[in-house]
Every structure is written in C-alpha cells, then in structure tokens.
Design a protein around this ligand. Structure first.
Ligand code: 5GP
Length: 139
C-alpha cells in the first residue's frame, strides 16, 4: 500500500486539525471544506477502498461515526448533513486511503450538491443481481 497524504497525517508528518482519535480511527477537518464542519473519518489501517477493510476496522468506524456526527451537529448548529464515501477515481476518490466525509448541509448551496440520475429498477436485472450478491455474501 503506497503512502498517501492521510498516512502522513496519521504519522504526524503533515499537520491536521484533529477532532478525534482512538485505537482504530482518526478524524480531522477537511482542508477544503464544502461547508463549515466538513470532517473526514479514517481507519488507521491504510487500505484504499471500503470493501478492503476487516470487519473489526469497519466496526470501529461505524461505532464512532454517529457520535462524531452528533458532535459536529452540536458544534456547528447545523442539524442536516451528508455522509459521503468515495471508492475509486471514477467515483471521485482522490486520496486512496478509506475516508468517510461528514458534510454539514446548512442551505441549498453550501455542502454537498448531488446529481442523482435515477431510473426505474429493471426486474430481470434485479433478480440476477440478488442471486449474485447473496451468493457472494455467503462466500
Ligand atoms: P475524496 O475525493 O478522495 O473522497 O476526498 C478527499 C478529501 O481529502 C477532499 O475533500 C480533500 O479536500 C481532502 N484532503 C486532501 N488533502 C488533504 C490534506 O492534506 N489535509 C486535509 N485535512 N484534507 C485533505
């Protein structure tokens, strides 16, 4: 796993505005926030994508995430927010160390703005996907 800007933040080589640290996780303010309070939560293990995490590392992120959201809501006074987690360049991942964005949504313009080009689920595709995903989950 090559070094990233986030491994450098974890090792203290690069400074960051830390808001949380425990045995498995670390959180700090995003350097280019979409809104005040935009925070990144990362695992200490340096893997690029979410599905590469162990159950233990994933559970550690899940355990702290709602508590961190509560603290950000409290600190900013903004009750609404988005959780964003990008995996791979086409999915807008720029730093290849798993990170979860917590992005306060104070109004229509600030925070995350989402383009959501949805279309109805195709029944045949749905059936095939359910079979493949449930099979993969058992492996
Ligand atoms: P991604 O597009 O990979 O999901 O998001 C990466 C995020 O990391 C971006 O929001 C970017 O502003 C943030 N970021 C990149 N470099 C640094 C840095 O050196 N320090 C901090 N605090 N955030 C960074």
């Amino acid at each position: 796993m090559p070094e990233t800007i986030f491994t450098k933040i974890l090792s203290g080589t690069i400074p960051a505005h830390k808001v949380h640290e425990d045995h498995h996780t670390f959180a700090f303010l995003d350097i280019n926030p979409l809104s005040p309070g935009h925070t990144l939560l990362i695992p200490k293990v340096p893997v690029a994508k979410l599905h590469e995490l162990s159950d233990e590392a994933a559970a550690a992120l899940g355990r702290v995430l709602p508590r961190l959201c509560r603290a950000i809501v409290h600190a900013t006074g903004i009750p609404d927010y988005n959780i964003l987690q990008n995996n791979g360049s086409p999915a807008h991942q720029a730093v290849f160390h798993v990170h979860i964005h917590i992005i306060p949504k104070p109004n229509a313009t600030q925070g995350l703005n989402i383009h959501w080009p949805a279309s109805p689920l195709d029944p045949a595709l749905a059936k095939s996907l359910v079979t493949k995903i449930t099979t993969a989950l058992r492996e």
